[in-house]
Design a protein around this ligand. Structure first.
Ligand code: CP
Ligand code: NVA
Length: 304
């Protein structure tokens, strides 16, 4: 499949149909890989990966994904690039477009991705910004589809920080028609524009009460209280103990609810070990699915 959009910066570039097709394509790629089938659809193609922030899953899944599709990935820390000595984003984008076929960047300021995509003639993928993490949410909805079979009638509960992953989760819900209930402390709500745009398509319940949010949820999601761009040891006091996902809180969700977390997790902080290591947790499938969704995305964005 080929996507209409040139870039993937927020998920809002996708149509609902494309979102579902990408997930279905990822499921096919996963099945093929399990049978040792790797079609070299990106033979001779190169992905440039730029990291302003650390990463384990995003870096390894993109690099492995390119390799399995017959292509190649170059990993660059922004500190090692001329960007760190003042070369402009515009000139970096123009240069990389002459050598390689796609850019994936993990950045602080989301505007930097917009600028990169404006001046690059090749696709630009957001590998996480302070505002969004679209690739994570593709993997999350693939995992939900695998576990629940269908998006229809599902309810997601997001408990904790209304952060970059939460913003993309809301877009994912709007694209799939899944209801979402979000419990955050006051002042930690997700982006107002994302809520406003998504409310046109789905029910969004915003609350400060985690028990209210998790009631009858099919999928329970949280993330760290300290994102890479938000490291402040006092932040945790705004969340604990009220917003921690523990078994007592989980018991308010559907009995077959699944627990998700993009990882890395801080055990006994946003989630207890008994939940993340327990039978309702699907976090390792979720992590694995980063590989399959990344491959589907790369194959659908990079032109022949
Ligand atoms: N979930 C995620 O993006 O993980 P990394 O920070 O390890 O890439
Ligand atoms: N919200 C976290 C996600 C890490 C994958 C962060 O931005 O650090």
């Amino acid at each position: 499949m080929k996507l209409k959009t040139k870039n993937l910066l927020t998920l809002a570039e996708l149509t609902p149909k494309e979102f579902v097709q990408l997930i279905d394509y990822s499921i096919i790629l996963k099945k093929e890989l399990k049978r040792n089938v790797n079609k070299p659809v990106l033979k001779n193609k190169t992905l440039t990966m730029i990291f302003q922030k650390p990463s384990t899953r995003t870096r390894v899944s993109f690099e492995t994904g390119m390799y399995q599709l017959g292509g190649h990935a170059i990993n660059l820390s922004s500190n090692d690039m001329q960007l760190s000595r003042g070369e402009s984003i515009e000139d970096t984008a123009r240069t990389l477009s002459r050598f390689t076929d796609c850019i994936m960047a993990r950045v602080y300021d989301h505007n930097l991705l917009e600028k990169l995509s404006e001046y690059a003639s090749i696709p630009v993928i957001n590998g996480l910004s302070n505002s969004f993490h679209p690739c994570q949410i593709l993997a999350d909805f693939m995992t939900i589809k695998e576990k629940k079979k269908n998006f229809k009638g599902l309810k997601i509960a997001w408990i904790g920080d209304g952060n970059n992953v939460c913003n993309s989760m809301i877009y994912g819900c709007a694209l799939s028609g899944v209801k979402i209930s979000i419990a955050t402390p006051k002042g930690f709500e997700p982006d107002k524009t994302v809520i406003h745009e998504s409310k046109k398509f789905i029910d969004i319940n915003l609350t400060t009460d985690p028990v209210n949010a998790i009631k009858n949820a099919d999928v329970v999601v949280t993330d760290t209280y300290s994102s890479i761009h938000n490291i402040d040891s006092k932040r945790i006091n705004k969340f604990l103990p009220k917003y921690q996902i523990n078994q007592t809180l989980m018991n308010n969700a559907q009995s077959d609810a699944i627990f998700m977390h993009c990882l890395p997790a801080k055990r006994e902080s946003e989630v207890t070990s008994s939940v993340i290591d327990g039978p309702q947790s699907v976090v390792w499938d979720e992590a694995e699915n980063r590989l399959h969704t990344q491959k589907a995305l790369l194959a659908s964005l990079i032109r022949a």
